[in-house]
Design a protein around this ligand. Structure first.
Ligand code: PHE
Ligand code: ZN
Length: 867
């Protein structure tokens, strides 16, 4: 089957043709859209005779080469390729074709979200609009005219600056846009609709004036202000931190309800999932506000890391994504709490990336092959990619990192490049007179050793041994690097490991960033006069798993000055305690005492809320050789109940002092208060007492923030059937017309641990509000259910069967959505026998489905190890 052929990085060849400029005209109608595409094409290789354009499901109307109409003998259209024979050295190609955006449920190319025409072209959607050299290393200047019904589509947008309005076509009208920056086709965008907007402006550091617009469905304008504020913050930050200014007269953002991913950085015309734009105090949670700030910034930052400098081919995806995630994480850390941001980033990495990295779908941040590129927008490419950039930042130091990024922008602006080009810039800037620099850390930095992070998969484990004798502290490290998915051996990594030695009062005796580069290493510290406690992988300086023989978590929980290691120690101690419970042991009172100490701590409230969080099911699961969820649930329940009983008064005090139901502010103190008192409430809810249930109900009915209401709803749903039904129906009647809020309704029900969850999820599919064509709704109902370990992994196998059915069904509508849902099957191999056999049956059923998409095929066949 040709469509299942893998594409390999090693087969990369330069394009044989370049496209100097493109002129596009879109005639949008309800039944069809007519695209006229005029390209000025140049041969780049003498041997090229024919040009092969990418083209999927297009109805060709006319082809013209230099004003000569081509007959069918001059071209062929097979297997998603339009081949035109005997083309000259330079020529003008005009193509007229028809598409049907109103029937496009894949949401790739030109499609309709409700009544709005919009596009999504990364990575390979443009070939569903018009025939093209649809690859990122073909960069061209685009002029686009959009014509549509004046009443239905008053707003017509594309990339770049607006150059002309065409008002003369009676009930239809048109607008022409011109983008002077050459760009690959994946950054092309078009929007047409009857949209509301908020408008603002920004003046760049060099005095250029930029018009800022955020478009949304009419009536939602008041929900755009947080996004606008975030955009301006991002623009200022990029000027200050990276010296990068915006480069067009207009920056447009459009929010749409049907979108496969979070958002897209199209040049001058970002298209966003409305989830990452719309928010107000009544309908959005604190987490939503934070998410908007970071995604708005992420897409803005792509203007330099992605658009001005783009990827040579899709294997280089981390070049733009790893770097841009690192940039948005740094931005959020600068604007909010650095310590909380770092912990949240690491939590995310471990929950998603570590799981992926331990599965048969593990891949390097720069993969070597793919079947469907859509499957490689992974947490490995994004989040691990960001960790790799962070390590470079640590190795170079702030000042040299800035020199290095300046050099990167200077050297490659306007080009499509590789991760090696990026590493070259990083290495150059760290040299003095052409030699590896003796840097501030005291090590010469050779980034070539660092390159392995781009080409190997799996999370390395670092075994740590300590020895203290005669005032000398010796640290011995052993790296265990897992084999690649194909069984081949992999080499030890080069990474920075930030450590400290702490005295008995909790003060740092020393803090140092060690460079680890070999399988075994020994670091000796002299003149250490008292036996120190080791604080290791401070700030999570490398994305590794630490295994320690000796540890004093209780001491570090209390005394470590590094906020990350302090958090980490609390987590590790809780994990140890929970695992002991799972082994039938008593609850460790030393942990309980240390937890009590945390309750009294006077630290940032959001940080404190994190310190008090018990390890997630996923954290515990990842440590099991053979996964079984029940013992994990039981142990967690037992420990939570014990802590809640022991510290009931303290928790209640934390709750009442921080519960301010009328406060809707989203400054960091207000968010911190909510985070902490909701953490306390969740812990208290383990008591399932009337007193606590009463508190929760009151919070639901009296609080003005969505954060508080969703927490209350979730607790009620899990502990009291009656009250939960009342609260849920109240919530439903209030918000049924707001699809973003309804996502919270669906996910609360799908995540429920109560009996009968699967039955309720099945029934909810018939709810008027639910729509299988809208990815956000599918993610909140089906996607969340697949992460509900209790019910998804139920021993009757019904959870698996349900998900498999949904994957098969949704695959016919939207393959990208369907393959996303397969993530829940990635732990297949590590499951206990009963669950594994049941899951196997379902996976086999999926993979043998007729006309399965290559997206789903690629993931499921990897999980099952079918070659
Ligand atoms: N490039 C987008 C981002 O990370 C993600 C995306 C990929 C969106 C593919 C849509 C399709 O910002
Ligand atoms: Zn991105």
């Amino acid at each position: 089957m040709s469509k299942l052929q893998a594409i390999y990085l090693k087969d990369y060849k330069k394009p044989e043709f370049s496209i100097k400029d493109v002129e596009l005209v879109f005639d949008l109608y309800e039944e069809e859209t007519i695209v006229t595409n005029i390209m000025n094409i140049k041969k780049e290789s003498d041997s090229a005779k024919e040009i092969v354009l990418d083209s999927i499901d297009l109805e060709l109307k006319e082809l013209w080469l230099n004003d000569v109409k081509l007959g069918e003998s001059h071209y062929s259209y097979v297997d998603e390729k339009l081949t035109i024979s005997d083309v000259p050295a330079a020529f003008r190609l005009k193509i007229i074709n028809k598409i049907y955006p109103q029937n496009n449920t894949e949401l790739e190319g030109l499609y309709k979200s409700g009544s709005i025409f919009c596009t999504q072209n990364e990575p390979e959607g443009f070939r569903r609009i018009t025939p093209y050299l649809d690859r990122p290393d073909v960069m061209s200047v685009f002029r686009t005219t959009v014509i549509a019904d004046r009443k239905k589509y008053p707003i017509l947008l594309s990339n770049g600056n607006k150059t002309q309005c065409h008002d003369s076509f009676d009930e239809r009208h048109g607008v022409t846009w011109f983008d002077p920056h050459p760009k690959p086709s994946y950054l092309f965008a078009l929007v047409a609709g009857d949209l509301g907007s908020v408008n603002d402006e920004f003046t760049t550091a060099s005095g250029e004036h930029v018009e800022l617009n955020i478009y949304c469905d009419l009536g939602n304008e008041s929900k755009c202000s947080h996004a606008m504020k975030s955009l301006k913050e991002a623009m200022t930050w990029d000027e200050e931190k990276y010296g990068r200014e915006y480069d067009l007269e207009i920056y447009n953002i459009v929010a749409v309800d049907s979108f496969n991913m979070g958002a897209m950085e199209n040049k001058g015309l970002n298209i966003f999932n409305s989830h990452y734009v719309l928010a107000d105090e009544d309908t959005a949670s604190d987490m939503n506000f934070m998410g908007i700030q970071s995604v708005i910034a992420h897409e803005y930052f792509h203007n330099w890391t992605g658009n001005r400098i783009t990827c040579r081919d899709w294997f280089q995806l981390t070049l733009k994504e790893g770097l841009t995630v690192f940039r948005d994480q740094s931005f959020s850390a600068d604007l909010n709490s650095r310590e909380v941001q770092r912990i949240e980033d690491v939590k995310g990495l471990r929950e998603r990336q570590f799981v992926e990295d331990a599965s048969p779908t593990a891949h390097p941040i720069q993969p070597e092959s793919y079947i469907s590129m859509n499957n490689f927008y992974t947490s490995t490419v994004y989040e691990k990619g960001a960790e790799v950039i962070r390590m470079i930042h640590t190795l170079l130091g702030e000042e040299n990192y800035r020199k290095a990024t300046d050099l990167y922008f200077e050297s490659f602006d306007g080009q499509a490049v590789t991760t090696n080009d990026f590493l070259w810039a990083m290495g150059e800037a760290s040299k003095v007179n052409g030699e590896a620099r003796e840097d501030a850390l005291g090590y010469g930095i050779d980034l070539s050793a660092f390159e392995l992070w781009y080409h190997q998969s799996g999370t390395p484990k670092i075994h740590v041994q300590e020895d203290y004798y005669n005032n000398t502290f010796t640290l011995s490290l052993t790296q265990k690097v897992p084999n690649a998915v194909d069984g081949s051996e992999q080499k030890p990594y080069f990474f920075p490991l930030k450590i400290a030695l702490i005295d008995e009062d909790g003060n740092d005796i020393l803090e140092k960033t060690l460079i680890v580069s070999k399988e075994t290493e020994e670091f000796v510290f002299d003149d250490i006069n008292t036996k120190p406690t080791l604080s290791v992988n401070r700030d999570f300086s490398a994305p590794i798993i630490i295994e320690q023989d000796d540890n004093d978590y209780s001491f570090l929980m209390k005394h470590d000055k590094n906020s990350f290691v302090r958090y980490e120690s609390a987590q590790s101690f809780a994990v140890e305690t929970l695992e002991a419970i799972m082994n039938g042991e008593e609850i460790d009172e030393e942990f309980v005492a240390a937890f009590g100490y945390l309750l009294d701590l006077d630290v940032d409230l959001s940080y404190k809320a994190l310190l008090l969080e018990l390890p997630t099911i996923s954290t515990l699961m990842q440590r099991q050789k053979v996964i079984d969820f029940e013992p994990i649930y039981e142990a967690k329940e037992k420990l939570a109940k014990y802590l809640a009983t022991t510290y009931k008064e303290k928790l209640l005090t934390l709750y009442t002092t921080n519960h301010k139901p009328l406060n809707q502010d989203i400054d960091s103190l207000s968010m911190g208060e909510r985070a902490l008192k909701n953490r306390s409430l969740r812990l208290l809810s383990a008591l399932e007492s009337d007193e606590i249930i009463d508190l929760v109900s009151k919070q639901y009915s009296s609080s003005l923030t969505m954060t508080d209401r969703v927490v209350a709803l979730d607790i009620l749903e899990n502990i009291t059937e009656l009250l939960s039904e009342m609260a849920l129906s109240d919530f439903y009647s209030k918000y049924r017309d707001d699809t973003l809020v309804m996502n919270k309704y669906f996910s609360t029900l799908s995540a429920s641990e109560r009996e009968g969850t699967l039955e309720r999820v099945i029934a909810l599919q018939d709810d008027e509000v639910y729509d299988e064509k809208v990815p956000n709704l599918v993610r909140s109902l089906i996607g969340v259910f697949a992460r509900n370990y209790k019910h998804f992994h139920a021993k009757d196998g019904n959870g698996y069967k349900f998900l498999a059915d949904k994957i098969i069904e949704i695959d016919t509508i939207n393959p990208q959505m369907a393959s996303g849902l397969c993530a829940a099957f990635k732990i297949y191999e590590k499951l206990n026998e009963t669950n594994r056999m049941m899951m196997k049956g379902e996976l086999e059923r999926v993979v043998s489905t007729q006309s399965l998409s290559k997206n789903v095929y690629e993931i499921v066949s990897k999980i099952l190890k079918i070659n």
